[in-house]
Ligand binder design. Sequence first.
Ligand code: SAM
Length: 314
Amino acid sequence: MSEQDLTGAHDAWAEWLLRGRAGASAEHEARIEARVGLFVDRVLDALEPEPGQCLLDFGCGSGALGLRALQRWPDVRVVFADTSPMLMRVAGERATAMGAAARCRLLRLDADSGVASALRELADASVDAVATRSALAYVADKPAMLAEFRRVLRPGGVLSLGEPVFRDDALAACAQRRALEEVAQPAGLAAQQPQLLRLLQRWRSQQFPDTEQELARSPHCNYSERELFAWALQARFAQVHVELHIDAGPSLAPDWESFTRHTPHPFARSLRDVLDHDFAPEERALLEGVLRENWDRGAMVSVERMVYVRALRP
Ligand SMILES: C[S@@+](CC[C@H](N)C(=O)[O-])C[C@H]1O[C@@H](n2cnc3c(N)ncnc32)[C@H](O)[C@@H]1O
């Protein structure tokens, strides 16, 4: 069934999560899933649910976090909540295949209803834990969402989240753009900018905002661990603990083609797409040649930033 069969509307999140992020490489997808498994375990490590307790997996996607919780704690119940009907269905089918359907509730969120009422079907103090991985990142009004998490948590309940931090990628794109503009200030000097730098910038600008205004408007790029910490306190959580994990290492892509086809988030275009559609043949040959050479000698470094927050609802 395609993403359109269920809703009549294009489901961009399902498209990205089920196919797009790994650029159609099964091996790359398996590596991403293994990596997501580590993030999800880290989020769940902050919880110690009692038998019979209820955990909300906000922005559950295809169920990576909630399914792991069902597996890890055989007496715990999970509310899977997301805006994508297709992904909710996949999460539900996977829970059923695990024999855990009776411990699950699927809660379809209305993307257009506004954050304040996003979880309106959940009563105050109705869940024991809220756990979320890479979903709050995409909510524009994070302080309001955190307040909503607090509302549905019972006193003593725990919030645990793990979110990507893309702000440094966006700041790097902004700095590079500014630097290139400054070099071009005296009229006529633009032609002297190193062409490779300009091509790198054009690629980067298709993955991350490259102006301060665009960055400020971009929910998944305009925050860091410090804002999440401040917003958690603002939402009157207690015992707020924040950890930032930064890892640099080889890309998860198994080969060059997979590298060119993957996207770091659903609002980014792949390198292949940019090369094929935005560049003239000689530009494509230059940028792809240099990047490919770096890839072949293992010099391509990928940096991953994740922030983890654990907090208590007093
Ligand atoms: C990067 S995926 C993460 C999915 C899952 N948590 C995981 O760890 O694999 C982001 C998910 O957040 C959901 N999402 C995006 N915006 C949302 C919103 N405003 N409210 C609820 N879910 C949202 C998307 O549908 C998608 O399933």
